[in-house]
Design a protein around this ligand. Structure first.
Ligand SMILES: [Zn+2]
Length: 148
């Protein structure tokens, strides 16, 4: 799922709640629920990851994800002005954090991160590029409308 969507939903959770613990819990929970929605995402060999614990993601996808993260962060900063900025920013970053951990998997492997990355990969809902992009674009529009 595009990280912008995780960040926008996290920001919404941050805006609506006061407890940072609850924001963290629901932010991370929302990440995994969103990932289960059939969507289009960065392609890699899932079978290889599940069997050997190896992941090959092209660098261009990592840069693409990074760029989307920056755009998401700017959107959250703009949408949260004068309205619980710290809570919304915290919600956005915590909701994105499960993907952040996966992105650095290739660099810092250990038993627990490998288990986590396999779990994260297993729960992903898959869809075609066309339908997946429509679903994700719709989610972005709905979340921005709610946040405005
Ligand atoms: Zn994810």
């Amino acid at each position: 799922m595009f990280n912008i969507i995780h960040m926008l939903l996290g920001a919404l959770i941050g805006r609506e709640l006061d407890s940072l613990w609850l924001i963290a819990l629901l932010g991370i929970g929302s990440h995994f629920l969103l990932d289960m929605i059939p969507h289009w995402d960065v392609k890699y060999d899932r079978k290889k990851l599940q069997e050997k614990g190896e992941i090959d993601i092209e660098k261009k996808f990592i840069y693409f994800n990074f760029l989307l993260g920056i755009i998401g962060l700017i959107m959250v900063i703009i949408l949260s002005r004068h309205n619980k900025e710290a809570h919304m920013l915290f919600g956005a970053l915590i909701a994105y954090s499960p993907d952040f951990l996966s992105l650095f998997y290739a660099k810092c492997k250990n038993k627990w991160i490998t288990k986590y990355v396999k779990f994260h990969s297993k729960i992903q809902g898959e869809n075609s590029y066309f339908l997946g992009t429509i679903i994700q674009t719709s989610l972005i529009i709905v979340l921005v409308k709610i946040l405005f």
